[in-house]
Write a protein that binds this ligand. Structure first.
Ligand code: B1M
Length: 216
């Protein structure tokens, strides 16, 4: 019997969709023991159900708590696999630095964007909240991302997005990254005014846009 027939990756998919982190963890170990390649477990067992989660979230069939629980289960599985994935194998389709701008403490939306991006196989460095323009610039230097993603939930903090773009220009970093913005008061028009490369109204579209900007 080939290793693949000893283990059905659908077991992992089902456990992830139910948000069963501990079960995902032990099933990933069983899949590894049965000889299935780590990359296959990541792709079929973890990333593809996250696409299902993302579709359901887009279609309002599930809501924030379910996305958070499923993403926690995905992380539990990824944690088991990490030592088996050499850097070259990392299934990262690109790297994103994300943060909520200075003066703003809202992070529920940013965290959802982070989770769906990671669920789509992007490497995401989450800077947290209340991030100054200089913090984003330092992160571009340190992490060399493809994308800088900014979140703002207050009309009073939105201008920090423009200040951050100016800081990237000042430090000659702007041409190295694509800038993606979003958050409650942020609009497509505002993104154009501040010369961002993209705007997304929700976590799912932010993920699609990030993948498109990277693969352009
Ligand atoms: Co505050 N808050 N809040 N708040 N809060 C809002 C945002 C507000 C709209 C409520 C209201 O008055 N109607 C209002 C802002 C008004 C405005 O300026 N437009 C407001 C205010 C005024 C305040 C305070 C000033 C209140 C006060 O203290 N007087 C204060 C500010 C603190 C600060 O930031 N300095 C404040 C504080 C807070 C809490 C910290 C208590 C808490 C945040 C907890 C946390 O995030 N850890 C909070 C909350 C929870 C809210 C509401 C109720 C919910 C926000 C939320 O998490 N929504 C909010 C009212 C509302 O929005 N209806 C409100 C759920 C989340 C999934 O949606 O964050 O929109 P959202 O994210 C979406 C999209 O925006 C998008 O995708 C996400 C998922 O689909 N998205 C991106 C988000 N970031 C993106 C980035 C992208 C792309 C898409 O690319 C990078």
């Amino acid at each position: 019997m080939t290793a693949e027939r000893n283990f059905d990756l659908k077991l992992i998919t089902d456990a992830l969709l139910k948000g069963q982190a501990d079960r995902v963890k032990s099933l990933v170990k069983d899949a590894l023991d049965s000889g299935i390649a780590p990359q296959e477990i990541v792709g079929e067992g973890l990333l593809s159900p996250m696409n299902i989660i993302s579709d359901k979230f887009r279609d309002d069939l599930i809501f924030t708590p379910e996305v958070l629980i499923a993403s926690r289960a995905m992380h539990a599985g990824m944690h088991v696999l990490k030592p088996y994935l050499s850097h070259a194998d990392q299934l990262y389709g690109g790297k994103v630095v994300i943060g909520t701008v200075v003066g703003d403490l809202h992070d529920i939306g940013k965290n959802l964007v982070t989770m769906l991006m990671r669920g789509a196989g992007l490497e995401v460095v989450d800077l947290g909240v209340d991030m100054y323009p200089e913090d984003f610039a330092a992160a571009v230097m340190e992490h060399c991302p493809d994308i800088v993603a900014m979140s703002a939930l207050l009309t009073t903090t939105m201008p920090a997005m423009a200040e951050t773009i100016r800081e990237l220009e000042k430090q000659d970093l702007r041409s190295r990254v694509k800038v993606l913005v979003g958050g409650g008061p942020v609009t497509e028009d505002y993104a154009k005014v501040i010369k961002a490369d993209g705007y997304a109204p929700d976590a799912r579209k932010a993920t699609e846009l990030a993948l498109n900007l990277i693969n352009k």
